[in-house]
Design a protein around this ligand. Structure first.
Ligand code: ATP
Ligand code: MG
Ligand code: MG
Length: 365
């Protein structure tokens, strides 16, 4: 049996491990948190990401992948030449740093929102005007679920926002008035075979993904455009493994890339229960060089995230009673604002999906 190493042991590693097992693949995760989700379904090497013995344990695997972009690039460098790491250090370095990522996206031919790199106080001068007068200031590193971001509509906001964020390296992005948000994943093997995931429509609440729906209600040509940009990034960045692009669809119908995740993505969880292969299986296959094909679901499907809310809980009995639901829990301690699980929903047709999705949303605070 093959062994796949994963840097990170969160819920994405849990679900990668669950998808790997039936393919004859065992998973070993390097993860410093003793309580991390993947501890229950994978071999847990409980050590820091840079621990030499921990990295030796990964080097003994057939290939190594990521489930988390905030791992040090040095860990990947330390594995170089010992085991294939997919995606590799170069791709990780780009996708974990918003300024580098935006520049590399434009280099690959993808459209993005206008942006200005903020490194020192003087960079704030005139920055807001250059991105169109309204923007979002984002820390270049370590942000997720909308953390490390401030909306700004004046120079005063911008200066205050930068102080709030600790005057660390940031980008100021122009505010995009979008029609909708969509995402798409692409997988590529080391020998250059490509496959695509579904185009999914996403709705965020307070900076955190709330629901994803497949198929996305988009104008003709949108999926082809998303695939074109995904292919350009995958090939331009030399992807081995899987990455996910988040897009804004703007009023002229075109897509702007918001950001790239070098891995499976929350918006792809619905592929677990829509029929066909899941994004997790796709990442395992791509990383290990196994046969790979597109993994769009066979049925209309959706996902609702279960995020911790103080004093409120989902109505599990009613959720189970709704036809077509499947619950996925991450074995994490309850904390407000923390992603604790998700519920997938599949339906025989789109009207039924939308009707049941509205019911499901009522059951998850
Ligand atoms: P994730 O959890 O997806 O990694 P993140 O913290 O990296 O989130 P972003 O994806 O940059 O954050 O932003 C979160 C959400 O905020 C976006 O999905 C979108 O809804 C909104 N948003 C971000 N940037 C912009 C923008 N330039 N214009 C308008 N809305 C934006
Ligand atoms: Mg992000
Ligand atoms: Mg995002």
């Amino acid at each position: 049996a093959a062994t796949l190493g994963i840097l990170g042991g969160g819920q994405l590693a849990q679900m990668l491990a669950l998808a790997a097992l039936p393919l004859g693949v065992q998973v070993r995760v390097l993860e410093p948190d003793a309580e991390a989700p993947a501890r229950l379904c994978a071999e847990h090497v409980h050590a820091p990401y840079t621990d030499p013995a921990g990295l030796d344990a990964l080097a003994a695997c057939d290939a190594v992948t990521l489930e988390f972009e905030n791992v040090p690039v040095e860990s990947l460098d330390a594995l170089r030449g010992r085991v294939p790491v997919r995606p590799g250090a170069g791709l990780l370095a780009r996708s974990k740093h918003r300024a580098r990522e935006k520049a590399a996206l434009q280099e690959a031919g993808a459209r993005t929102a206008p942006f200005v790199v903020i490194q020192r106080e003087a960079d704030l001068d005139g920055a807001l005007d250059r991105v169109g007068g309204q923007g979002i200031l984002k820390t270049s590193e370590l942000g997720y679920d909308g953390k490390g971001q401030v909306r700004v509509a004046s120079d005063t906001d911008l200066r205050q926002g930068w102080a709030e964020l600790g005057q660390v390296a940031c980008i100021l992005e122009g505010f995009v008035t979008f029609e909708r948000e969509v995402s798409l994943a692409v997988a590529r093997t080391a020998d250059g075979r490509l496959a695509f995931g579904p185009l999914v429509e996403n709705v965020h609440r307070d900076g955190i993904l709330r629901t994803s729906v497949y198929p996305a209600a988009v104008p003709d040509g949108t999926e082809a455009r998303a695939r074109e940009m995904a292919r350009a990034v995958a090939e331009g960045w030399g992807l081995e493994g899987l990455l996910t692009l988040e897009f804004f669809q703007v009023p002229d119908g075109d897509l702007l890339v918001n950001e790239v995740a070098p891995r499976v993505h929350n918006s792809g969880h619905l592929t677990q229960d829509g029929g066909g292969a899941s994004q997790f299986e796709a990442q395992v296959r791509a990383v290990l060089g196994l046969p790979l094909s597109d993994w769009s679901p066979l049925l209309p499907c959706a996902m609702v995230n279960y995020v911790g809310v103080e004093g409120a809980a989902p109505d599990w009995a009613a959720i189970d009673a709704l036809p077509g639901t499947r619950v996925h829990l991450y074995h994490k301690a309850h904390r407000t604002g923390r992603k604790l699980g998700h519920v997938n929903l599949a339906a025989p047709d789109l009207p039924t999906l939308h009707q049941r999705l509205a019911q499901l949303e009522q059951l998850i605070p």
